[in-house]
Design a protein around this ligand. Structure first.
Ligand code: C5P
Length: 207
């Protein structure tokens, strides 16, 4: 079984994906970590995120385990990742990795921006997880404050809005809900409620 989980930044996709994978006995892949890993490779080498040749080379040998979670989750890495993610050749290289991952038994839950539309268009169930930008900014800010007590809510919100706009407007594999995706708005939900709702949607969709 393959479950696709797409949606904008900080909508709760990551936690939901891990819990769904545990519940259904599937493997899970945070595809954002692949784009972040390419970005982190370029940052570590002092390269520009616009350096397409360097980004493609990093994408062809991607391994998110090379970086600590704190490096991958840093706001600068997310920003560079969304610039790199607009490059078709980078996406093509990462597509190979993602499809190979999804194809291995017993199946997987993948979260990202284009899983239901491009990576796994034949996924058994597709979710598009959203929340208001205010709710998403607050969640991400609370997370970031643990590492950086000076983090400002307005900056976090502006960063999310910039990234969402770039992800939704790029020509190749823009972020959007697949026509057959089930929408899950988590604005008013805690993670336990969102998980229960997602399981209800998936179980109903599988009959
Ligand atoms: O999900 P996360 O915030 O970690 O993703 C970082 C960036 O990677 C996103 O802003 C987006 O530009 C890119 N991305 C993508 N397609 C995916 C997953 C992530 O373009 N499937």
């Amino acid at each position: 079984m393959i479950i696709a989980v797409d949606g904008p930044a900080a909508a709760g996709k990551g936690t939901l994906t891990r819990r769904l994978a545990g519940h259904y006995g599937l493997r899970c892949l945070d595809t954002g970590s692949l784009y972040r890993s390419v970005a982190a490779t370029l940052i570590a080498a002092g390269s520009d995120p616009q350096d397409t040749a360097a980004a493609v080379a990093a994408a062809e040998t991607v391994d998110p385990r090379r970086f600590a979670a704190s490096e991958l989750r840093a706001p600068g890495t997310g920003h560079a990742a969304s610039i790199i993610a607009a490059e078709p050749d980078v996406r093509a290289a990462l597509l190979i990795f993602q499809r190979a991952f999804a194809a291995r038994p017993p199946g997987a839950v993948l979260d990202g921006r284009d899983i239901g539309t491009v990576v796994c268009p034949d996924a058994d169930v597709k979710l598009f997880v959203t929340a208001s930008v205010g709710a998403r900014a607050e969640r991400r800010w609370l997370e970031l404050r643990e590492a950086d007590p000076g983090a400002q809510l307005e900056d976090v919100r502006a960063d999310l809005e910039r990234r969402d706009a770039r992800d939704a407007s790029r020509d190749t594999a823009p972020m959007r809900a697949a026509a057959d995706a089930h929408l899950l708005d988590t604005t008013e939900m805690d993670i336990d409620t969102a998980f229960r709702e997602a399981v209800a949607i998936i179980d109903a969709a599988r009959g």
